[in-house]
Design a binder for this molecule. Structure first.
Ligand code: HEC
Length: 159
């Protein structure tokens, strides 16, 4: 009787295996979670973003209050459109950044805009962007902010 049960069990497992059920269950368990957490699944990684920069970290930095600066980027800039808040909206900044200043790539211009905002003034705006961001962010964090702002123009979609 017990030998019968064992055989029945073996047959059952065999059939499950043939149906792919056991295999599928294992595959499901072993499927690694996607590592590309910086982007939603529908987005492809931006091609020209600073390779060192992490756009998702940049997005977080952008909206985080920076005690040393006394403000967050997002207090003055929206990223879901190009409409003025206090500063210009930055949705397509990656596109216009490439032609703002001769000899500066889009990424270089955006970096300069953050650490030396007076170097180039966007037409129609006062020189009122916070001036001490160079001291607030590390080089890596600046890369992250640049990658984030470039990714907005490349996907051309709101967050
Ligand atoms: C006090 C408000 C204020 C804050 C805070 C601020 N900005 Fe600005 N920003 C401005 C204004 C005003 C301008 C337009 C004048 C100029 O060019 O400096 C500007 C310009 C820019 C530009 C150039 C846009 C273009 O179209 O060329 C970028 C990029 C930018 N800011 C990014 C940032 C980032 C990133 C932060 C946070 C680290 C930040 N800003 C924080 C007010 C602000």
């Amino acid at each position: 009787m017990s030998r019968l049960n064992v055989s029945a069990l073996l047959i059952f497992v065999g059939v499950m295996g043939l149906c792919g059920l056991v295999g599928n269950a294992q595959t499901l368990r072993q499927t690694p979670t996607p590592t590309a957490t910086a982007l939603s699944p529908t987005e492809t990684p931006p091609v020209t973003a600073t390779p060192a920069g992490d756009a998702q970290i940049g997005a977080a930095l952008f909206t985080t209050f920076q005690p040393e600066a006394g403000i967050a980027c997002a207090t003055c800039h929206r990223v879901d459109s190009d409409e003025r808040l206090i500063g210009p909206g930055l949705l397509t900044v990656g596109e216009r950044a490439a032609t703002r200043v001769e000899d500066l790539t889009a990424g270089e211009y955006i970096r300069q805009s953050i650490i030396d905002p007076s170097a180039y003034l966007v037409e129609g705006y006062q020189d009122m962007m916070t001036k001490n961001f160079r001291k607030v962010f590390t080089d890596d964090e600046l890369d992250d902010l640049v990658a984030f702002l470039l990714s907005l123009a490349e996907t051309n979609k709101p967050l």
